[in-house]
Every structure is written in C-alpha cells, then in structure tokens.
Design a binder for this molecule. Sequence first.
Ligand SMILES: CC(=O)N[C@H]1[C@@H](OP(=O)(O)OP(=O)(O)OC[C@H]2O[C@@H](n3ccc(=O)[nH]c3=O)[C@H](O)[C@@H]2O)O[C@H](CO)[C@@H](O)[C@@H]1O[C@H](C)C(=O)N[C@@H](C)C(=O)N[C@H](CCC(=O)O)C(=O)O
Ligand SMILES: Nc1ncnc2c1ncn2[C@@H]1O[C@H](COP(=O)(O)OP(=O)(O)OP(=O)(O)O)[C@@H](O)[C@H]1O
Length: 514
Amino acid sequence: MTNSAPSALRPQHPVPRSLSGLVEEFNLDLRDDIDGLEVTGVSLSSRTVQPGDLYVGVPGRNSHGATFAAGAAEAGAVAILTDPAGAELAAHAGLPIVVTPDARAALGAVSAWIYRTDENPATLFAVTGTNGKTSVVYLLSAILNQLGIVSGLTSTAERRIGDIAVTSNLTTPEASELHALLARMREAEVRAVGIEVSAQALSRHRVDGLVFDVAGFTNLSHDHLDDYDAMEDYFQAKLELFSPDRSRRGVVTVDSDWGRRIVDECRIPVTTLTTRDDVDADWRMRVVAESALFTEFVLEGPDGRRLTARVPLLGWYMAANAVLAIVMLVESGFDLGAIEHALGRDGGIDAYIPGRAERVSGDRGPLVYIDYGHSPDAFLNTLEAIRKFTPGRVIMVFGADGDRDTTKRAEMGAIAARGADVVVITDFHPRFEDPAAIRATLIAGAREAVPDREVHEVADPRTAFRTALALAQEGDSILYAGPGHEDYHEVAGVKIPYSARDDARAALREAGWL
Ligand SMILES: CC(=O)N[C@H]1[C@@H](OP(=O)(O)OP(=O)(O)OC[C@H]2O[C@@H](n3ccc(=O)[nH]c3=O)[C@H](O)[C@@H]2O)O[C@H](CO)[C@@H](O)[C@@H]1O[C@H](C)C(=O)N[C@@H](C)C(=O)N[C@H](CCC(=O)O)C(=O)O
Ligand SMILES: Nc1ncnc2c1ncn2[C@@H]1O[C@H](COP(=O)(O)OP(=O)(O)OP(=O)(O)O)[C@@H](O)[C@H]1O
C-alpha cells in the first residue's frame, strides 16, 4: 500500500541546531541578531517551508527566491539565507538575514549540517545516464529487498521508503529536499539508497553535501539540448559524477563511446560493463532467453564470477539495467553468490517499475504498453523490444514535451515511423507551446523518414489512444510512449489530471478486452 499524502518526506524527529552554530561553521555574513534561534529544517521554496525552517532564497529563471521571504516568514521560517542581492529583496520581510555569496552553492553543505546526514549514513548509490536511471534505481531497491536490506529510493516517479512514497516533481530533488529525505530514511533504519542523478542536478548543486559510495552510468543519447548547448556539455555535466568529490567508485556501461570516455576521463576507480560482444569490459551480460513477460541473462565477471537471473520486464536494455544494478551492489561489497542465491530463490528479480514498458492489457486482445520513453533512443529500444514479440502490427501513440528540447522532435517522429506500422501523434505536455506546431514537427519527421507510413493526428490523448485501440486486433501491440507513471497533462501552466495507465485500462474495458 502507498501513502502519498505529503509532498516531501522529512525527518519526523529533527534535532534542532543553533543558527549561530551554522553561521560559524560556514563563515556566513550575519546581518541581524540570531541569538538563541534554532533551526530544524531547510527549504528552498516558500511553498514548502515548515515552522522552524531556514528559508534559502536563490535566484532563478523566473524570480529571486528572496522575493518570497515574507511568505516564508508567515509559514514559520526562522531566518533567511541568501546572497547580497537577495538580502536587499528580503530586507523588510521580518526575518533575520544571513548572507553568503552563492546560496545555491551553499545549500548542500548547509542542508547536510542541519539534517546531520553525514552521521551514520546509509550506502549511497547514484545512477546517471540519459535512459534507464529510474529503472536501475528500482532494480537496485528490488534486489536489496530480496537480500533483506532495508532500502530507499528517489527517482523521477517517486521518493520511496518501504511502503511510504511521495510523487516526485523533479528527477533529482533540490539538495534541501534530498538531505531531508535521507534524514527521514535514517529514522526508518534504511541501510542503502538508490538515487537517480540527472545532469541538471549535477549542474545545479542538487547532490552537493554527499559523496556516493558507487555511481553507475547507463548511456548517453540525444536529450536536454534545451539545458545544454551541445552533447559535449551534457556529457561533461554527467562526467562530474565520476569525480572524487562526488563518488568513491563507479560502474560504467561501455556499450557507447560516451561510456568509454567516462572511463578514460574520470578520476575515480571504475569497473566496466558491456552488453556487446565486440567491446572489452570487466563484466559482460548476454541475454539467454526472453519473452514479452521476462528477460533472462547471464552476467560474467572477473575471476570466473558468473550469475544467471531474470527480470520480469521486456527488452535487453532492462537486463542491461539489471546487471548495472548488480555490479554496483558487488562494488559496494555484496557477494555475487549471495545475490544469485536470493534472486534464484525468488525466481528472478522481483521488480515493478511504474510506467516503464508497463503492460496494462490483460490476457485477451492487443498487448498495451505504457512507457515513459521520451527520447529518440528510448523510442528505438522500446519499439525493437516490442516488435520482437508482436506477431501482428505495432501501433505507436506519442507526443513531445512543449518548452523542452525541440531539436529531438523530428528524430522522434522518424524513429516511430521506422519502428511502428501505424503512428498516432497526440499532445503530451504542450506547456506554453502551440500543440499543433509540436504535432506538425513530429509528423514531418515521420513523413520524411517513411513517406507512406500510416499516420493519424489526434490532439486529445484519450481519443488518440482509442483511435489506436480501434485499429488494433489480437496479436497487435500498442506502445503509448511518453506519459509513463505520470498522472497529469500540462497545458499552458495548468496540470490537468490524466493517467495514461488508468485511461488505457478504461479504454480496454470499453472495448471489451479487459
Ligand atoms: C532549470 C531548472 O532546473 N529549474 C528549476 C529551478 O527553477 P528556477 O531556478 O528557475 O526557479 P524560479 O522558478 O525562478 O524560482 C526561484 C526560487 O524561488 C522559489 N519560489 C518560487 C515561487 C514561489 O512562490 N515561492 C518560492 O519560494 C523557488 O523555489 C526557487 O527556489 O528551481 C525550481 C525549484 O526547485 C525547480 O522547480 C526548477 O525545475 C524546473 C521545473 C525544471 O523543469 N527542471 C528540469 C529542467 C530538470 O531539472 N530536469 C531534470 C532532468 C530530468 C530528466 O532526466 O529527464 C530533473 O532532475 O528533474
Ligand atoms: N538501458 C537503457 N537503454 C536505452 N533505453 C532505455 C534503457 N533503460 C530504459 N530505456 C528506455 O527509456 C525509458 C525511460 O526509462 P527510465 O525511466 O528508466 O529512464 P530515466 O533515465 O530514468 O529517464 P528520466 O530521467 O527521463 O526519468 C524506458 O521506458 C525505455 O524506453
């Protein structure tokens, strides 16, 4: 069972720390009297302040956080930490002001100090890469549970401690939220944590104040070129995870040149992993059996070490994600034999990953998968995997994010047209963009790649899915890519409730397939 009431998980029994102690520890510039004041938490947003918090006001794209100091005071903040510009903006908010040159850069260490996350820390696993981060984090957590280790995770989908979960808004939380989560996990006696680390998190100080025990790399492909000028900048952002300030050791998938570059350019000890026959690596994975329901693999490593296991998931790449999780566990000190024993006893890795090639159809009718893939490479891999087990036609429903990397859209259209027999193009999160223009770019990409591909343009996602379903028969598969686990649709700044998983099930019932 899942409780999703609070929007963030914080320690339930925080131990107050003196504000003057904080000022002294970080050599902060004090502008007001703070004698006797204590802090029990830290928040980067006035909307999430809890009584006793230090409110941290940082400049953003839209506004300076210090503008919201009065709101933070009203919510119970005891003081504000900000930069000199923020100090002026917050001057009349009625909060004692503490100043540092770059408050965002200070946030990680300050949060670690307030929440004491360096005391008795759990083993920390970080996962980065364009695709597969969420999957690896869930696979890590599943294997840890099978080993009897209490674990926690933070992913694009949710932050989770055992049965308690909250929905995520960012892939990697801001440092204030991350340290609060780790403090809460310590209260729950969590001994190992899987943390999904985005490039943006590394560029924006979100994982500051932590050193990961093991960092894992999946792959790198075209995405986020709205946040980074070029693939090289995006790569450099990820490479930073493999530096001594960030991680003690690494496990790198070297299937791509990007992975090999991490090995060459990183400054920590790394172990390598491949799924390819033509690539050298310390560990090698081969798929030995697969179906629409599972993928079985053999993992071979140094000194003749070997493990056979299966994941209840579709596609070779899920086996690649699983072995990355396994080698990361081995690098942190777990015994491969013990892992094999635990997995063998349970018939494989007992993982459920919300919205990643998640099958929502039943025993009859077309197979329907809801997927979070929203990059060209994710489309390519998922389509290939589905094609393998589809005797009939593959029908793909998808759209593209508005206000995000526009340069990947034509390629997404092209890959869909090449990999599917029928393409239904719909709206995803148009945000503030014109949805018809986004659809037009996707359609142009599809038409240029395969001029005679059957393409339907259906703006409304509910109708789009029903259009696909009406075209499908027993033996066909429908891939609905994009929404994954999400439960909203973002249009012009408004989040409209919409769960593709629930809606697809409803449509299957209406059609008599469920
Ligand atoms: C580019 C980026 O990372 N932006 C993040 C950033 O926004 P920003 O600095 O522009 O903030 P802003 O809106 O100007 O506000 C300034 C400050 O005022 C505060 N504020 C604002 C309004 C208010 O009422 N009260 C208040 O206190 C804000 O909390 C913030 O601290 O700080 C905000 C608060 O934490 C984030 O919500 C926001 O993420 C936006 C939503 C975002 O879309 N980020 C994407 C690019 C992102 O980070 N994605 C990655 C990768 C995902 C993947 O791999 O696919 C991720 O890790 O999620
Ligand atoms: N190892 C992989 N290689 C290539 N594609 C993958 C891999 N793992 C997953 N994918 C594809 O990427 C999609 C997203 O997977 P996942 O959510 O695990 O990645 P992610 O890195 O967490 O993405 P995001 O940061 O956007 O959440 C999957 O549904 C699948 O289509």
